[in-house]
Design a binder for this molecule. Structure first.
Ligand SMILES: Cc1cc2nc3c(=O)[nH]c(=O)nc-3n(C[C@H](O)[C@H](O)[C@H](O)COP(=O)(O)OP(=O)(O)OC[C@H]3O[C@@H](n4cnc5c(N)ncnc54)[C@H](O)[C@@H]3O)c2cc1C
Length: 443
């Protein structure tokens, strides 16, 4: 079921014949990239095969967190939290970001030991997260019957509204001159002299020397046709929203039994951490060897099956040509079915933990395809094989919070400006030359 609170946006009437940069994919990463490029005065065309923000970027929990991230993402996410904090003032619209703080609590001793180690590591970057004693964790969760052994909290983390954020950032990009084209799939890239010379869309060609591919779950399939290998796997994550609820839980909260975020409309977004469905697909089989270490770490939370995505969608095989309908037009919005077992388990766990929430109902459930990389950190990188192309993808379930700064970094890789952080951890080549490092233990 599509997410019901996604703010719509109009498309521009005319596809430009020429642009300085074409951004493929209008999720939070593509929209933020377009915003930063347009702010520099570049002519930017932002394309989406469906609607702005309609895939992962409106389907996530809305968490904007530094806590418990892979160390390689910390400098970028610190920048992103600072951007979220000033975003409303900067773009003149409220994407729902609230710096409420965000906490993890647990009744499992190993969790707390892991978080404590992380806090020690992150303190060198100045992240103000700290380990909670059992008493502090209990005090953080008034109304909760579960007895916690401890937790961790960070005052500068928070959350934003996924239904609003991407549209508002895209509108801000347009206010600086970007044009927006929905139901306008990119079918391919034209080259001249070995570098990018245009983007072929379903409505015609846009001449350009620079392309950003921020296609989320579809990036690997799009790149494959360009002869660019990108090991990426899509995990189906499920979430749901509740009826309006007593405001007992005031900040985003992780527990081993469920995760929860209070929404601006007085309801909650709820999910289960580390749980998802992995469909067996031709592209998945091709890249299995890259994902074995990550699969070993996350195996217990995954269910496997063969479904329609074996034959259609981002992980299927099959060719297309520039002058015929492409797979991107056949699936305007990737809208996987939510897993009913996760919804049932989540609402029951929440009701059991918080007696005052026992009458809470599920009002909408949805799923999203989480585009994951073998080491669970994104690729934000030029690709040697095709000068003029920058890939920004593989946010591995963490891309909403980091999205604004990831867009800024992506824009800087296009323009050659000094990057806000060292981009080398996100280089494309790490996937193949053995320099990428391990997948993180934390989610
Ligand atoms: C259930 C769930 C919970 C999550 N919770 C969180 C969270 O709490 N915090 C967090 O930080 N992250 C979270 N995430 C992850 C986060 O949502 C993503 O990492 C982030 O939204 C990725 O943004 P994106 O712009 O890269 O991709 P997307 O939002 O998926 O956008 C990609 C866009 O590209 C378009 N596209 C693809 N191919 C083409 C083409 N050929 N032509 C034109 N358009 C194309 C698609 O239509 C799509 O709109 C969650 C994800 C899910 C599914």
């Amino acid at each position: 079921m599509p997410v019901s609170d996604l703010k719509p946006i109009d498309s521009d009437p005319t596809l430009p014949a020429q642009a300085d940069v074409v951004v493929i994919g209008a999720g939070i990463v593509g929209a933020s990239t377009a915003y930063y490029l347009a702010r520099k005065g570049l002519r930017v065309a932002l394309l989406d095969k469906g609607q702005v923000g309609a895939e992962q970027s409106s389907r996530n929990w809305g968490w904007c967190r530094q806590q418990n991230r892979d160390e390689r993402e910390i400098p970028l996410v610190i920048k992103s939290l600072a951007t979220w904090d000033r975003l409303a003032a900067e773009i003149g619209a409220d994407a729902g970001f609230r710096k409420t703080g965000l906490s993890f609590v647990s009744d499992v001793a190993a969790d707390i030991a892991l978080w404590d180690d992380w806090n020690r590591m992150a303190s060198q970057y100045g992240v103000p997260s700290r380990t909670l004693s059992a008493r502090e964790a209990q005090a953080m969760t008034p109304g909760c019957d579960t007895k916690w052994l401890g937790g961790t909290t960070c005052t500068t983390d928070g959350s934003a509204e996924p239904g609003l954020a991407t549209t508002l950032i895209a509108e801000a990009a347009r206010s600086h001159g970007a044009t927006i084209h929905q139901e306008c799939a990119a079918r391919g890239i034209e080259t001249s002299g070995g570098r990018v010379s245009g983007v072929v869309t379903e409505r015609g060609v846009i001449r350009t020397q620079a392309v950003v591919c921020a296609g989320g779950a579809w990036t690997s399939r799009f790149c494959a046709r360009l002869g660019i290998d990108l090991p990426q796997a899509n995990v189906r994550g499920t979430a749901f929203r509740t009826s309006a609820a007593p405001g007992i839980i005031k900040t985003p909260l992780y527990t081993p039994q469920f995760t929860i975020r209070p929404r601006l409309d007085g309801s909650y977004t709820v999910s289960l951490n580390g749980r998802g469905r992995l469909e067996i697909t031709p592209r998945g089989i091709k890249y299995t060897r890259y994902f074995l270490p990550l699969l070993r770490l996350r195996f217990r939370g995954l269910r496997f099956r063969i479904g329609r995505s074996f034959f259609e969608g981002p992980e299927a095989l099959g060719r297309w040509s520039d002058d015929a309908v492409s797979p991107f037009e056949r699936t305007r919005v990737l809208d996987p079915w939510p897993d009913p077992a996760i919804v049932k388990e989540g609402i029951e766990a929440l009701r059991a933990a918080y007696p005052a929430l026992r009458d809470l109902q599920v009002t909408q459930a949805w799923a999203g395809a989480i585009d994951s990389m073998p080491d669970a950190i994104p690729v934000i990188s030029a690709v040697g094989k095709l000068p003029g192309l920058v890939i920004s993808t593989g946010y591995s379930g963490h891309g909403f919070g980091i999205g604004p700064a990831a867009g800024e970094l992506t824009a800087q890789l296009v323009t050659g400006d000094t990057p806000i952080v060292d981009p080398s951890p996100y280089r494309y080549t790490r996937l193949f030359d053995g320099t990428g490092g391990e997948a993180p233990k934390l989610f």
